[in-house]
Design a protein around this ligand. Structure first.
Ligand code: ATP
Length: 357
């Protein structure tokens, strides 16, 4: 029996609701498929922890996570804790501390769902966004001076390193090569940002030579938004900087139906550290505690985690079960339905249970 040791950080807002759903689904799946076991340990870190302890996680938080095979994460953010504290104190601290330099965001239209784009059919939107996750605009470089005075200054410096850009380009080209269409779009803004972004383009051209069978093109990020909306089927694998991909992937999730369905993997491809898996959505306080959070993103996230752990067959079965449920019309209100988180969870568990293995 293969054992995978998983650290679970449900976090804030709807995080605990969707993670509870995801865990129920994953445990049911493990029982059904057999051959592997998930050993779960929960960590109550997040905004409530911050209010009690003055930090989002303990000082030795990273050390406590280090030996896990993966981290399953809900969401962070509190209405009464500044966003930069919640983000930098937990999520980014883990991503950067474990050098999870790839943020992978698959997006497609699941069965039974439709895009808000009028003519976009299911197969027209099947993308994977590769987000640089360790530097760029979110490198944390900058500062404030003369606070409160009229001459106050705030700087936010984007950092691009040859090493950082090369490794994300290589990952993206390789992923594109493994997908049937072998098609990569490199998102840039080198017309206006003429240092780091020009280097980004140059490195893309260099790395492309290692992947002669991958067709690739370059798009300015502003033009990319119109292409995503206007010609979704012209895209497949997409690589972009930390900030650009952050924005584009929210757009991608909305175009595929809802923010509530999309998953993310924060990967250390070299497996030196645990990778972290989370739904793309945030804490969503407007619906917290109402029992209507869409748990599909958390289930899809679980499938990404299983794939990373080498349980490809189980991951495939999980997505088939999720799509049987979305196809059957059991939808939460964000997808126009009336189902609760519990009802969708129960339906996915039933679909797993009744599937032929
Ligand atoms: P953050 O700033 O951390 O991204 P947020 O709470 O501002 O978080 P999101 O959580 O990203 O925003 O989501 C924006 C809105 O989308 C929410 O307010 C909510 O209405 C809706 N939403 C997000 N996730 C879900 C979900 N799983 N189920 C249903 N609705 C969702």
């Amino acid at each position: 029996m293969r054992e995978h040791v998983i650290a679970v950080i449900p976090g804030d807002g709807i995080g605990p609701e969707v993670i509870a759903s995801g865990l129920e689904v994953l445990q049911g799946l493990a029982q059904k498929v057999g051959g592997f076991h998930l050993n779960i340990e929960k960590f109550p870190w997040g905004s409530d922890y911050y209010k009690k302890h003055g930090a989002m996680m303990p000082k030795d938080g990273l050390d406590r996570l280090r030996d896990f095979n993966a981290i399953y994460f809900g969401a962070v953010g509190g209405p009464d804790v500044p966003d930069d504290i919640t983000l930098w104190g937990l999520r980014l601290a883990i991503c950067q501390g474990f050098d999870q330099y790839v943020n992978l965001r698959p997006t497609r239209i699941l069965q039974g769902l439709s895009s808000p784009l009028r003519d976009c059919k299911r197969g027209d939107l099947d993308w994977v966004i590769v987000r640089e996750n360790s530097e760029g605009e979110y490198a944390g470089q900058g500062g404030r001076a003369h606070r409160g005075f009229p001459e106050e200054v705030g700087t936010e410096t984007a950092i691009f390193t040859r090493r950082g850009v090369t490794r994300i380009m290589r990952f993206a080209f390789k992923l594109a090569q493994e997908r049937p269409r072998k098609l990569l779009t490199v998102v840039t803004k080198s017309n206006a940002q003429r240092h780091g972004m020009v280097m980004w383009d140059e490195i893309a051209t260099e790395v492309a030579k290692e992947f002669p069978d991958v067709t690739w093109d370059k798009m300015l990020v502003d033009a990319m938004t119109t292409r995503m909306v206007g010609k979704p089927s012209s895209l497949d694998t997409i690589v972009a900087t930390n900030l650009h991909a952050d924005i584009l992937s929210d757009l991608a999730a909305a175009l595929a139906g809802s923010l509530g369905i999309a998953p993310t993997a924060n990967l250390d491809p070299e497996m030196r550290f645990p990778s972290m898996f989370e739904p793309i959505h945030g804490a969503a306080f407007d619906i917290t505690g109402k029992g209507i959070a869409n748990p599909v993103g958390a289930s899809w996230t679980g499938a990404l985690m299983l794939e990373h752990l080498g349980e490809k067959d189980a991951a495939h079965q999980l997505m088939q079960a999720v799509e049987r449920v979305t196809a059957s019309g059991i939808h939460t209100p964000d997808l126009g339905g009336i189902a609760t988180t519990r009802e969708v969870t129960a339906a996915v568990c039933d679909a797993i249970h009744s599937s032929k293995v």
